[in-house]
Design a protein around this ligand. Structure first.
Ligand SMILES: [Zn+2]
Length: 283
């Protein structure tokens, strides 16, 4: 499932192909994905210039010159494929239409962007750009973890008195938007915090330490995604999936990477999700 860094990588890969360009043809091959597509979606997209491509949490927003924005959510298995354009060092020719190609946008440059989603948990919607922040998928979201509204005093205030484990509190999208299981595990490991501790019981200093660590963990992953846009793994024109090494995530039974720590990475289940942690240096 794509997390924030993967979505940001997709956005950066799409930007040169979409921003400033006009959609000359929009092909919508089915009436719905997870939810029905908006009415007359193909018509409302055709002929529109894309003014900007933004990301909010794990959603991509394309602002159109009609005053509407196209919201794109990749869901569990959504993939964005670029063809007829340069992507890093590669030129990708248009592939033959494939199964699960649900939406195909052809741009005035001749480039094509295909949204392929085998499991159909993804979604697309159109809304007035002015009211995008009020869209049901976006309205309740907390600040962006890489934005200015996410800072030490904010997080300390938000977690004060909370009885939930710190792991669950950081996964709460109202507290901070777009943080998922992988990067919460990584951040808590780097901060040396036991994921089962109650959020409200952590010292202000400990909570404050999480802010730069969360930014760092996400920043490193986005950087890895950025290099993937230029290298061979993207040779098929697919955006957003890249190899990234984790310090604790998915490393159950392996030695802790903290220098001098004799711990073995453990896995526990919290609210139905796997938490990977070092029982020695996370306390
Ligand atoms: Zn350790």
């Amino acid at each position: 499932m794509p997390e924030l860094p993967e979505v940001e990588t997709v956005r950066r890969g799409l930007e040169p192909v979409l921003t400033g360009h006009v959609i000359t043809e929009a092909l919508v091959n089915r009436p719905n994905l997870r939810w029905p597509f908006p009415e007359r979606m193909a018509e409302r997209l055709t002929g529109q210039r894309i003014l900007a491509l933004r990301r909010r949490s794990k959603y991509i927003l394309a602002d159109l010159d009609s005053g509407e924005s196209l919201l794109i959510h990749l869901g569990m298995s959504g993939r964005m494929l670029v063809s007829g354009a340069m992507l890093g060092e590669f030129h990708h020719d248009h592939p033959a239409p494939a199964k699960h190609d649900h939406v195909v946008l052809t741009m005035d440059s001749g480039a094509r962007v295909t949204f392929n989603d085998a499991r159909r948990f993804g979604s697309m919607d159109l809304m007035p750009t002015d009211h995008a922040a009020e869209h049901p998928l976006l309205a309740g979201l907390g600040p962006e973890p890489l934005g200015n509204a996410f800072h030490e005093a904010y997080l300390i205030g938000r977690l004060k008195g909370r009885n939930t484990p710190i792991k669950a509190a950081l996964l709460d999208q109202r507290v901070v938007a777009g943080l998922g299981n992988i990067y919460v595990c990584e951040a808590l490991f780097r901060a040396g915090i036991d994921p089962t501790r109650k959020a409200g019981a952590l010292s202000a200093e400990t909570v404050a330490s999480l802010v730069p660590i969360i930014r760092q963990v996400l920043g490193e992953a986005i950087e890895a995604g950025g290099s993937s846009l230029r290298d061979y793994r993207q040779a098929d024109g697919e955006l957003g999936y890249f190899q990234h090494t984790f310090r604790v995530y998915d490393r159950e039974g392996q030695p802790c990477v903290t220098p001098g720590c004799p711990g073995i990475v453990g896995r526990i289940v919290q609210s139905g999700r796997s938490t990977f942690h070092c029982p020695i240096c996370q306390r």
